[in-house]
Design a protein around this ligand. Sequence first.
Ligand code: ATP
Ligand code: MG
Length: 451
Amino acid sequence: MSKPEKIVAIKGMNDILPQDAPLWELFENTTETILKSYGYQKIVTPIVEETRLFSRAIGAVTDIVEKEMYSFEDSMNGDQLTLRPEGTASVVRAVLEHNLVYDGPRRLWYKGPMFRHERPQRGRYRQFFQFGAEAVGFSGPDIDAELIMMCRRLWDDLGIQNVRLELNSIGNAEERARHRTDLIAYLEKHEDILDAEAKRRLHSNPLRILDTKNPAMQEMVNGAPRLLDYLGEESLAHFNGVKNILDRAAVQYTVNPRLVRGLDYYNRTVFEWVTDELGSQGTICAGGRYDPLIETFGGKATPAVGFAMGMERIIELMKAMGEPAQPNQCDVYMVHQGEEARMQAFILAERIRDAGLDVVLHCATPAGAGSFKSQMKKADGSGAAFAVIIGEDEIANNVAAIKSMRGAAGEQQQTSVPFEEVVDHLVDQIISGGGHDHDHDHDHGHVHYHP
Ligand code: ATP
Ligand code: MG
């Protein structure tokens, strides 16, 4: 038989391996703790939705809907479906479907994988994870500032430096329409400088041209009419309101008049957290207000604002600062020799877990059950505080040997403990015992990295 061909993951879709899992967990735990401390509640929506949910919410002439969506027909019933490219549309659908704002506004958060058919490169994947927050039913600048300050707190708690906040207001639809007329006229005057992408966008989504990364267009774009100059009184007051709170809270930002968002539903406040440490994919969090969205879904007019963070980019930033200490695999490693010892170890392991400790039981591999020596090596590598050893002698005497794994090899102590006292003995040593370096809870405080 010829060797079967290997199957690998889909291009642009990544595995998160055990060695990186602690970093992801640290990020998720820290974020969830902070969100909770601001009163945000978790919401989970399906990964697959009707295609028209996204085309209506995100807008037909956006990058996402034009060319990035994983859309398909359900061959069982002909439904038009899409793997979600972002979280806001689904959250808003769920808010309306379950009438979540009937008794007042809501602060919500979500996390999970998103799918966009983009060209894979550093920091840009086809499956990527987002952590997002949505505040639905709030209209004032205070909630915009709160979202931004939550991010600030998160970077601080994670020890992330070198991120800056860019802020802008894109006004309301009328203000954008007046600006758009002037912008198109200006761009038409400079049509010779526009690249193909910009020419295509000229009449569909000219605002996006301001966002261009093409160096040949920078100077022209710098001289374009600024949307900020078209803001009316209310939009300006809102923008100033956000800036005032940030100033009072000593949150630094720069106003970037060319900052727009790729999604159609935004209005007024838009912001991005950007770093220079990640190459050209430097935006780690992006957000803004989307007051008009809920009405386009048939709901009654409800203001809303939110953000989404790109988790891979933040993890990469955290990696650049060094690895946080890898947690131990378990508290106790069970070593055993012989059939009856294996049975005892199995039962004892369950009882130790009942008491709240993490236990790894040595199990057979194709190489066999493993010699005593090789099992002790595994116990050592697991980071366990204690090995519980059961061999023929122990079975004969109804005891287990408990060996302390901490400290230098010569100092490691071993004691014999009757079976029925093993659980109490371990609990005593590990949870209430001397050094107390046991910590079942995750540390939500400031994180220390070991480069
Ligand atoms: P970009 O201009 O980089 O394409 P975007 O405007 O499409 O970003 P959003 O839809 O606002 O991005 O998504 C919010 C955040 O999610 C981004 O700031 C980024 O951190 C992350 N993100 C977006 N697309 C990807 C992707 N393909 N791979 C990894 N992270 C992504
Ligand atoms: Mg994009």
